[in-house]
Structures are given as structure tokens and as C-alpha cells.
Design a protein around this ligand. Structure first.
Ligand SMILES: [Zn+2]
Length: 391
């Protein structure tokens, strides 16, 4: 018996596996790699300099452009619009907290698109996607992301490890937890909290170095997790989110001395810290690409961009937990000031096309993915199928 066939049989027989690795599927394959806050202003120079070769390759073989986001885009709000293809007023997720309570997946009104996929027999694998805690049952697996609650973390901009999760499940099915602990280790589910002004005072360089070292560690854990899942639990539909880019941009955006809030002790220490996040992201993209065949459709998305503070944003300078010296943000009332990123490549996607303007919205993601699986979007969904990206 061929070893690959034997492995398939073992996995088919494993009732707790969630899905059977190696089992051929009749469904199309779609991979969504989402970045919490990808800023074209930083990424485009890196592309020109040849410092994001994997993203450059995807753009060359696919379509790319801005992604119109919500007004005052914050992550849970935008991801909820992506999940349900409904505006905030309809899906109910207005921010990190509602009525003083940290947002949980149960608060989402409307059906997320992966539930529709799963109900139609499409296997679904998701990891570190914001606003999915506590995780819900799918035909496959789900590992939560931002807003996961832990012992010392209420879920807002902090980073519980898998072993520290409280008040709900971070992994579905639960039987996957010992496997992940053994094969991946006790990984952080989200990115680190930013230091406060008091933490930084007088020891800026040391705190910045230590914090960036932790970000690198979390990214290494996420990379290992994603690589493990793609190798051992392939699914028809897969969605992973990278979370540290946004966090770094908030307080280490490479700003100029004329920008509001400039402090030389902070902003001259590691001017490359934020671009470095995208250089590192490109390596993760390379790993993900190594797992995809030419029949898989890949979407690279971000929920919003991020820009330096402007005139009337001064009150946000110490936002994010109250006393964090934030220098850039994405909570602009006009979401068109901080568009996200949209990139797609696949067997039926047009090649080498730049999508101009704001034609693509976060509301269009769910109907477009459903369409690839031959599923019509329910009437409640407000977005449209992005027919212009297909051949
Ligand atoms: Zn975000």
C-alpha cells in the first residue's frame, strides 16, 4: 500500500480529526491570508525596492487595489462586515466593546460566510482571525484570534497564549488542543500589548528592542502554526490572519519630525520597525504559497490601512489602553482615508490588473468567495460578486 494512501485512510478513520488530510475534495480551494492593517504607502516602496518578492509575484499574476473599508474602521467592526457582508448597523459589531463588554462571536448578527460554506459541505480551516472568539463549530477547524480572552487579558489588544485562554473555547474541535500543544507549542493567539508611556520613559531604546523581539517571537509562532495547519489539515477554504503589523504601526510608524506627536526618543530608534513587519509578512506569504497549487484562489486582504495622526486626532495620541503613545491610527471617520488592501490570484482571476479607485469593498468579499463555491449570497448580504476580477 502506498504510504500516502495509508495516511489518508488513517485520517479518514480518525473521528476527532475535524477533517481528513489528504482526502480529495470536489470543492474549489480558496485561501485568504489577511493582514491586520496593511498600508499601501509603506508596502509600495518595498515592492519597488524588490523587498517583497512574494507579494510582487502574486500582484504580477493577479489583480490588486485598494479595499474600501467601513467608516471609523477598527478591526472587529471591519472583520464583522467582511464575515457577513453587512454594514455595522446591521451586524451589530461597532468596535472592541459594546455596552462596556468585550465583543464575542455570539454578539454578531447575521450569518458569517464560512458557516454557509461549512453547511454546504465545504471544509473550513481558520486561524487567528479577529472576532471569532469563542470559536464556533465548522466542518474543519477554527482557532480564534484578536479578542480572545485570557487570564491577564480581556481580549482587547493583548496576547493570551493558548494555555491562558479563559471564558470560552479558542480551538474547535477541542480535541485539536493537545495536538497543537505537542506539534506547535503554546503559541500566542494575538499580538502583544503596546508599552505605555510610563514603561518607555527614560529607557525607550531597550523597551522598543524588547517589544520588537516579542513581536518576532509571536510571528515565528504564527508561522509555525500556519505551516503546520496547511501541512496537516488542508481544507477547501482556509483563512489565516497576521496580527502584529498593525500593532507595530500604531506606535512605531516611520513619521517625520513635522508629524503630530513626533518624539525623537521614540521615532528615531527603529525607523525600519514598521516596514520590517511587511518584509517579514512576505516570508510568511512565501511559506503559504509553497502549500498552494495552481488551482487554488488566493486572496490577500487587510481590514484597513494605517496613517499618521492628523490635525484633529490629537486625542488619540494616548489611545489604545489609555497611556500608549500612539502615533498612527486607522480610526478615521472617513474610511476612504485608510483603505485596506485587496489582492487576488487564481486559476480564474485576471492577470496583471490594477483595480483603480474604490470599486472593491469589504462587503464584497463574502459574496465573491461564496460564488467561487457556486453558492448565491443570501439576500441579507449587501455586497456584490466582484465579477470584474474573473476571466
Ligand atoms: Zn485591524
Amino acid at each position: 500500500m502506498r504510504p500516502g494512501f495509508m495516511l489518508s485512510m488513517i485520517l479518514v478513520l480518525c473521528s476527532t480529526c475535524g477533517l481528513a488530510a489528504g482526502t480529495p475534495s470536489q470543492h474549489p480551494r480558496v485561501m485568504v491570508l489577511s493582514i491586520n492593517g496593511a498600508e499601501w504607502d509603506i508596502i509600495k516602496p518595498l515592492l519597488l525596492r524588490g523587498e517583497m518578492p512574494n507579494l510582487a509575484r502574486v500582484i504580477e499574476h493577479g489583480v490588486y487595489g485598494k479595499l474600501r473599508t467601513t467608516s471609523a474602521p477598527v478591526c472587529p467592526k471591519v472583520y464583522s462586515a467582511i464575515f457577513t457582508s453587512t454594514p455595522t448597523a446591521e451586524n451589530g459589531i461597532t468596535g472592541f466593546k459594546i455596552g462596556g463588554k468585550v465583543v464575542r462571536s455570539e454578539m454578531l448578527k447575521g450569518l458569517p460566510f464560512w458557516k454557509l460554506l461549512s453547511d454546504r459541505g465545504v471544509t473550513v480551516g481558520m486561524a487567528n482571525v479577529p472576532a471569532t472568539f469563542p470559536v464556533t463549530a465548522v466542518k474543519g477547524y477554527m482557532i480564534s484570534g484578536m479578542l480572545t480572552q485570557g487570564g491577564n487579558c480581556d481580549g482587547v489588544l493583548c496576547a493570551p497564549k493558548l494555555s491562558e485562554v479563559r471564558n470560552g473555547d479558542a480551538v474547535y474541535p477541542q480535541s485539536m488542543i493537545p495536538e497543537l500543544e505537542a506539534k506547535v507549542g503554546d503559541f500566542h493567539i494575538d499580538c502583544s500589548a503596546m508599552p505605555t508611556a510610563a514603561d518607555l520613559r527614560g529607557k525607550e531604546k531597550d523597551v522598543i528592542d524588547q517589544w520588537l523581539a516579542q513581536v518576532s517571537q509571536i510571528r515565528a509562532e504564527q508561522t509555525k502554526l500556519f505551516d503546520y495547519l496547511l501541512s496537516n489539515h488542508p481544507t477547501d477554504f482556509t483563512m489565516f490572519t497576521q496580527s502584529c503589523e498593525d500593532r507595530v504601526g500604531h506606535w512605531l510608524y516611520p513619521i517625520q519630525p513635522y508629524n503630530v506627536g513626533y518624539e525623537s526618543k521614540l521615532h528615531e530608534v527603529k525607523v525600519d520597525a514598521f516596514p520590517d513587519q511587511y518584509r517579514q509578512f512576505d516570508k510568511i506569504l512565501g511559506m503559504v504559497l509553497s502549500h498552494l497549487d495552481d488551482q487554488t484562489t488566493l486572496f490577500i486582504l487587510s481590514d484597513h490601512g494605517i496613517k499618521p495622526l492628523r490635525d484633529n486626532d490629537l486625542d488619540l495620541h494616548h489611545d489604545h489602553g489609555g497611556d500608549t503613545p500612539v502615533i498612527a491610527h486607522h480610526n478615521f471617520e472617513d474610511g476612504d482615508d485608510v483603505p485596506g488592501m485587496f489582492v487576488a490570484m487564481g486559476p480564474h482571476i485576471r492577470k496583471g490588473e490594477h483595480l483603480m479607485g474604490f470599486g472593491v469593498s469589504v462587503l464584497d468579499i463574502a459574496p465573491t468567495i461564496l460564488k467561487i463555491y457556486g453558492i448565491d449570497a443570501p439576500r441579507a448580504m449587501r455586497g456584490r460578486v466582484l465579477s470584474e476580477i474573473f476571466n
